[in-house]
Design a binder for this molecule. Structure first.
Ligand code: SAM
Length: 226
């Protein structure tokens, strides 16, 4: 993404290590969809684009899964490791023009840098992808750039790192009680099955003061024929 947009996010983390949209605890819907995300398997590779400091990553790694995240803010990543009481090492990562934070066990790797520099040459073959607040923020960015192109670029990166039978979950914020398809099918294309899992109410007290109505979940997978 453009530098000024990335700076907006890093400044938000500098201003508060608990930004308003960051929820405490584990997302009840990742609990609900866990077996679908992991395909009921024990040790799969899961991807969290624009991960912030979400506890969901620690929870899933404790269950035995390999976790990869990408996040622009080093503060968010350090907070994640500190809150989880995990030791980590930091190494430079030229490809993402940033760094890689790896837990001592190697089970959690979080790339600190711009998501739009991430791709299959860095990490690929994900069994599951959990997108909460990543695709969704592209609508709200202040850039004058074509948002549709940005969203396409985002989805193309997800597509490039999916394993053949990968399940992608995307959560969108919904401002009224009308479900929006957000043209998800057109972003993924006809080789992908896009399923709308419907609308849910706000699920955490942190969101009570926000004017939006709730959330909507999509599951995306590759069609069998490809
Ligand atoms: C709305 S928050 C969602 C965070 C997290 N997924 C969650 O559910 O709480 C968006 C996150 O994306 C990060 N972010 C924004 N633009 C990014 C970019 N281009 N590359 C990597 N991370 C980015 C922000 O720093 C922020 O932590």
């Amino acid at each position: 993404m453009m530098d000024e947009e990335n700076t907006k996010w890093t400044k938000e983390w500098e201003a508060s290590s608990s930004p308003g949209w960051a929820m405490k605890g584990i997302n009840p819907y990742i609990k609900k969809y866990k077996d679908d995300l992991t395909k009921g398997m024990d040790c799969v590779k899961l991807f969290f684009p624009m991960c912030g400091d979400v506890e969901d990553m620690f929870w899933l790694s404790e269950l035995g899964h390999d976790i990869v995240g990408v996040e622009i803010s080093a503060i968010a990543i350090q907070k994640f490791f500190n809150d989880s009481n995990l030791e980590y090492v930091v190494t430079p990562c030229g490809e993402i023009k940033g760094s890689l934070y790896t837990s001592k066990t190697g089970k959690i790797r979080i790339y600190c840098g711009d998501f739009f520099l991430f791709g299959a040459s860095i990490e690929c073959n994900f069994d599951g992808i959990w997108d909460r607040g990543a695709f969704n923020i592209l609508d709200n960015c202040d850039l004058k750039t074509d948002k549709r192109n940005l969203k396409k670029e985002y989805i193309n990166i997800l597509k490039s790192v999916m394993k053949q039978d990968c399940h992608v979950f995307i959560e969108l914020v919904v401002s009224d009680s009308t479900a929006k398809s957000d043209d998800m099918q057109s972003f993924f294309g006809e080789d992908y099955l896009v399923e709308d899992f419907g609308l849910v109410e706000k699920y955490a007290p942190e969101y009570d003061s926000f004017p939006f109505k709730g959330f909507q979940f999509f599951r995306i997978s590759k069609n069998n024929k490809i």
